[in-house]
Design a protein. Structure first.
Length: 536
């Protein structure tokens, strides 16, 4: 730039004569870049609305260097920007809207709203887009950490913009601009009085638009607002209904994540109010794409929400068979709430799951389902290699305890004693110590019954020491039964005890001891080798 040109521009910048602006405006269109740039800088430095309007009318033609100059000096242009937004000329309006977005002029939101409410066609689209862009920028500012030295408080600005948007939403019946409703949703929280008023009144002019925004918008602030109603003890029914019906994967992911991490009473109560879950009958691929925590939350949702049991069973059943480990475990537990042939078949199928936790949670349900022959399946689980499955099977067979078997032993026939006794041995880990306690009972009848139980349960060898001591019992019938029971043993200690019993003062005991020794000798004789095969 020549000294003469710079001197001229300096003069035009500093003079108070408004005619200087009339000289500078044509220079904005000069074919010489230096003149264009110098004229722009001079106009921006002057308090001249006509000059500012001239700059705004050319915004769509400026280069990057000019834009940076304007961004650094835009504060004097607020009045001109306001006039441009309200201008009926499409290009001028578009330039004003663009500048408002570039410069984050949030105080122009009321102006944008007034213009938008009265506009139509292309101009309305331009204004609506500018409003949306401004609100998006403000959303980012309010969620980001505040920059040091920044004078404007984003939260205070948000409150001012929300107030203007609320007034426009209340006038929705006159302008029908959906952008206004969406802008309020982006910036407001769930306690916003206007939003709550609209959501609670299906006849409100903005109700349909608000429901549409909450149902379809993929924007994160919208998702966050909708999900926040789950924590509201007085949540509007419309908000909960929308949350249940949304099927887009991104929302479903956030929805389930919310359920999985928040177990507050308010959330649980609101889930019960959701009567329809839109993605229940969606492609199974939707469930399969979810991560493990989300799949688990999906099961929890099905057990808490108010949807039909048939719909809930679709999700629980799929995740029980095809879900990730945590989801299969949750589904196995949730299966307890479902009855019928399909649920029974699913429970039996889940017994073959690779995860022992899934098996354990299903085992506990089997006997209550009344499935024919299921007792044998439960008993088989007592031999599972997994401790958690064995414990679950024992809990399911809790009635097969030694004390109950002991109390009913005298009433059972021999066949039932054998079958029931086998279960008691497997189910009750306290069988042996309790049996030994009975063998040492001071009551003769109980000692006799304990000896009969030891023989019935084939536990004589395990309690041999206690039985040997009974060969010295004060009552000859007890001594005789003890001698008879020891026929099932093979140890030298019991054999020596039986030999001593052959000299007992009671002939009955002597006979029992000799008989047991004979049986032991017989069982100790090896079987003869098979003879040569005879020809027919």
């Amino acid at each position: 730039m020549t000294d003469g040109l710079q001197t001229t521009l300096d003069f035009l910048t500093e003079t108070e004569n408004e005619a200087a602006t009339l000289v500078l405006i044509p220079a904005l269109d000069s074919r010489f870049p230096a003149i264009r740039y110098g004229a722009l800088a001079a106009i921006l430095a002057r308090e001249s609305p006509p000059g500012h309007r001239a700059v705004i009318s050319r915004l769509h033609t400026i280069d990057l260097e000019q834009r940076r100059l304007i961004e650094g000096n835009h504060r004097r242009m607020a009045a001109a920007l306001r006039d441009a937004i309200l201008d009926s000329d499409q290009q001028t309006c578009a330039n004003g809207c663009q500048a408002a977005v570039w410069f984050c002029q949030y105080d122009l939101v009321p102006t944008l709203l007034n213009a938008l409410e009265d506009a139509d066609g292309t101009r309305a689209e331009t204004l609506g887009r500018a409003l949306t862009d401004l609100v998006d920028q403000l959303c980012r500012e309010t969620t980001a950490s505040r920059q040091p030295g920044k004078r404007r408080d984003p939260e205070w600005v948000r409150q001012q913009v929300v107030g203007a948007l609320e007034l426009s939403v209340l006038r929705y019946g006159k302008h029908r601009r959906r952008e206004v409703v969406e802008a309020l949703v982006l910036l407001a929280d769930r306690d916003n009085v206007t939003l709550r008023r609209v959501l609670e009144d299906p006849f409100h002019p903005a109700f349909v638009a608000l429901v549409d925004v909450l149902s379809k918008s993929p924007r994160t602030p919208v998702l966050r607002l909708l999900l926040s109603y789950l924590e509201d003890a007085r949540a509007p029914s419309a908000a909960l209904s929308i949350a249940g019906k949304r099927c887009d994967p991104e929302f479903v992911k956030h929805f389930l994540r919310k359920i999985g991490t928040d177990s507050s009473p308010a959330v649980a109560q609101n889930l019960k109010r959701i009567e329809s879950v839109g993605w229940v009958h969606a492609s199974a691929a939707l469930l399969d794409r979810l991560d493990e925590a989300s799949q688990e939350a999906a099961v929890r949702l099905m057990t808490l929400c108010g949807t039909s049991r048939a719909n809930a069973f679709v999700v629980v059943g799929h995740l029980l068979l095809h879900g990730k480990p945590a989801a299969r475990r949750a589904a196995a537990e949730a299966l307890e709430h479902f009855r019928g042939a399909e649920a029974n078949a699913l429970a039996l199928e889940a017994l073959d799951d690779d995860d022992p936790e899934v098996q354990a949670r299903v085992v506990g349900q089997l006997r209550g389902r009344g499935i024919p022959g299921v007792l044998a399946r439960v008993v088989a689980m007592l031999d599972s290699p997994h401790a958690v499955v064995r414990r679950a099977a024992r809990r399911s067979l809790a009635e097969f305890t030694f004390p109950r078997f002991l109390a009913s032993f005298d009433l059972l026939d021999d066949e039932v004693r054998l079958s029931t006794g086998e279960l008691v041995k497997k189910v009750d880990p306290h069988t042996l110590p309790l049996l030994q306690a009975e063998l040492a009972s001071p009551v003769r009848v109980r000692r006799l019954r304990a000896l009969a139980i030891a023989r019935s349960l084939d536990l004589v060898a395990e309690v041999e020491a206690s039985i040997v001591r009974l060969l010295a019992d004060e009552h000859h019938l007890v001594r005789a039964e003890a001698a008879a029971a020891l026929a099932a043993c093979t140890s030298m200690a019991s054999q020596d005890a039986l030999h001593a019993a052959t000299s007992d003062r009671s002939p009955i005991v002597q006979e029992a001891a000799r008989k047991s020794l004979a049986e032991r000798a017989q069982s100790a004789v090896p079987a003869p080798p098979p003879g040569p095969a005879q020809k027919e």
